[in-house]
Design a protein around this ligand. Structure first.
Ligand code: HEC
Ligand code: HEC
Length: 214
């Protein structure tokens, strides 16, 4: 009974604040304060604020909670394979997952202003018409923020070593938990050079000099 009343209080307290619909969506199931405590074991690699400590490990900061919780569940079930991640998340129950996802989603990703690539930017916005590679912006958004309700990940400021690795994993089918093989089909059309260029662009996305055509 206590916990039900607590949940009820949380529900009625939400409309008092002016959250965006996406924030509401993320806050609905998870408690970010609880998540900060529960994510202690994650912070050694993903950083205390979700900005990871290695270029090869993904940032979780600013990532939408729906995407984060889905990936954690996929590591648990083995739908997404990674030897270290599976053993780390295996003991989390549903409420832990939602709290941890809510915590990292509300942290701010740090963009590396020194990283840029004109070729990567072109690819991100326009794809490659010779190889029928679609524009990344079509799904991940013009600003790279992704889409929470659509479970499309944010790519802004993502670590370049990780982006290249995960695109290679999609290409070889090592990572195959994407719905309808969306990213496997896309990565299959990408060259190593294109993966590297887009990774460099994403790492610094938003910090580059503004375009005059925007
Ligand atoms: C030993 C370092 C380490 C620890 C500790 C760790 N992770 Fe990870 N995590 C990784 C690596 C490396 C990957 C990338 C796996 C891959 O290449 O597919 C990853 C991937 C993820 C992803 C997918 C990110 C994305 O953009 O798709 C999520 C979500 C995640 N970790 C959550 C957690 C949570 C929650 C915890 C704590 C309970 C945690 N991690 C602890 C190293 C770690
Ligand atoms: C048709 C929609 C669509 C297009 C176009 C698209 N993506 Fe994706 N992308 C997705 C979805 C959906 C996911 C999440 C897959 C999952 O659930 O595992 C994703 C995941 C990713 C990830 C993994 C993010 C992470 O944190 O692990 C990367 C990297 C990525 N996309 C890069 C790209 C690049 C680069 C392009 C352009 C060349 C692109 N995407 C075009 C829909 C798309």
């Amino acid at each position: 009974m206590m916990s039900l009343r607590f949940v009820f209080c949380l529900l009625i307290s939400i409309p008092i604040h002016t959250y965006s619909s996406e924030e509401l969506n993320e806050r609905a199931g998870g408690n970010a304060n609880e998540g900060q405590v529960k994510s202690a074991a994650c912070q050694g690699c993903h950083g205390p604020d979700g900005n990871s400590v290695s270029p090869d490990w993904p940032n979780l900061a600013s990532q939408n909670a729906n995407y984060l919780s889905r990936q954690i569940r996929d590591f648990q079930s083995g739908a997404r394979q990674d030897p270290s991640m599976q053993s780390i998340v295996i003991g989390l129950v549903e409420q832990d997952i939602m709290d941890i996802a809510a915590y990292f989603a509300t942290q701010k990703v740090k963009v590396d202003a020194t990283s840029n690539s004109a070729a990567g930017k072109k690819l991100y916005r326009g794809g490659n018409r010779y190889t029928h590679l679609p524009a990344c912006a079509g799904c991940h958004g013009p600003s790279g923020a992704g889409n929470g309700p659509g479970v499309i990940p944010s790519l802004v400021g993502q670590k370049p070593g990780y982006v290249i690795k995960t695109l290679r994993d999609f290409k070889t089918g090592t990572r195959s938990n994407d719905r309808n093989q969306i990213m496997q089909d896309i990565a299959a059309k990408m060259t190593e050079k294109e993966m590297e260029a887009v990774a460099q662009f994403l790492a610094g996305m938003g910090a580059e000099a503004p375009d005059t055509d925007e």
